[in-house]
Design a protein around this ligand. Structure first.
Ligand SMILES: [Zn+2]
Length: 377
């Protein structure tokens, strides 16, 4: 398999230790296909779809049991929740991390470097631990100590970087350059295999709905891996006729950080990025935003923004329906409920909301937002 530059189309081998094209563009893995008969039904993990993943039929992988999370019909507007909040590290990022870390191990990389402070860092750290690789995470200096505990528990090294968010990325890349051959920077927002892992959520939804395509899928948007993975997964089913059409894909951002929304409505001058409760999607300059907007349009979906108040309200509504989710996921639920209220989505349609992260990861933030504890507790 090879990768192609999204910008200029140049081809690179899958085993080349490269993440960006010489033109500066990011790399994409080509579309594959998946048919019902390809699924290894005895494997209760995402590796049941290995026919559509860049891995050999009999190759062993490091697995924490990722994938095949429940799809639950809720009493919240009849929405289906895809509970990736129940993944091994508590977020959907395990899908991408499992693919990336297994690939880097195969290439002989000894140390993986990523820049993140949240769910992706925890996922990388966990899979590196299981695979016996070193993991070095670069985080913004402002990252709360509580968030770093899970990452440190998996044995990852943490370096805090002062300055803007892009300084963190630069520091991570510089560290990797110093140890070329041994260490590799494998940023989750840019590595071409990350969306390959995320696409398996689409396969699972199709399988769990009894081989049907949902009418709508609602996902949050930060760097785009959930959304572009979902899009790719359904495209791959469509291309071989396993589903008759694409679902509409709706993408939710917090209004506090809305670069995709402002691009979607053609008013990039309105883009802003100030701190949001939905910190998992507060990314000011998502590099895949042009591709994402084109994909959303192609499915007939849209990009929506929700307020901080709507996020808090949705945290409560989700919990009262039995789902304890992190604020980023609550933003997604708030968006889905709004789309129902405004009639864009009909309550009788099959609408799947991706629960990207577990509430247990953000108990301090949730407690403060709901007024159960104050900031100093
Ligand atoms: Zn290029």
């Amino acid at each position: 398999m090879s990768y192609n530059c999204y910008n200029c189309g140049k081809t690179y081998g899958q085993d080349e230790l490269i993440l960006e094209c010489s033109c500066g563009g990011y790399l994409k893995a080509p579309e594959r296909t998946l048919r019902k008969k390809d699924i290894i039904s005895g494997d209760p993990t995402l590796w049941r779809y290995r026919k559509a993943l860049p891995i050999g039929e009999n190759e062993t992988v490091v697995s924490l049991g990722e994938g095949l999370t429940p799809l639950v019909k809720t009493n919240l507007g009849g929405l289906f929740f895809k509970a990736d909040s129940l993944m091994p590290t508590g977020s959907f990022k395990d899908r991408g991390a499992a693919l990336v870390i297994n690939h880097l191990k195969k290439l002989g990389i000894k140390k993986v470097i990523n820049d993140s402070s949240g769910n992706a860092a925890a996922a990388y750290a966990a899979y590196c631990a299981a695979a016996g690789l070193e993991c070095h995470i670069f985080t913004p200096a402002s990252t709360s100590a509580g968030k770093l505990v899970q990452i440190q528990m998996y044995g990852a090294t943490i370096t805090k970087v002062t300055g803007a968010r892009d300084q963190v990325t630069i520091a991570a890349k510089e560290e990797a350059k110093k140890q070329e051959g041994e260490a590799m920077y494998a940023g989750h927002n840019i590595h071409p295999l990350f969306p390959e892992g995320c696409k398996t959520a689409a396969y699972e939804i199709w399988e769990q709905l009894g081989w049907e395509v949902p009418d709508n899928v609602v996902v949050p948007f930060g760097g785009g891996s959930a959304m572009l993975g979902m899009y790719k997964g359904f495209r791959e089913l469509l291309s071989v006729g396993e589903i008759p059409r694409m679902p509409r894909i709706f993408v939710i951002q917090a209004n506090s950080c809305n670069p995709l929304y402002s691009l979607f409505i053609g008013k990039e001058e309105l883009a802003q990025c100030v701190p949001s409760l939905a910190e998992g999607i507060a990314i000011a300059q998502p590099i895949k935003k042009v591709e994402a907007v084109a994909a959303v349009r192609q499915t007939g979906g849209s990009v929506e923004v929700v307020s901080e108040a709507e996020i808090v309200e949705a945290l409560g509504k989700a919990a009262k329906a039995g789902f304890y989710v992190e604020p980023t996921t609550a933003a997604t639920i708030a968006g889905a409920l709004r789309l129902q209220r405004t009639g864009v989505i009909d309550a009788n349609e099959k609408t799947v909301v991706l629960l990207t992260g577990n509430g247990l990861k953000a108990t301090d933030k949730i407690g403060q937002a709901m007024g159960f504890m104050n900031a100093s507790q």
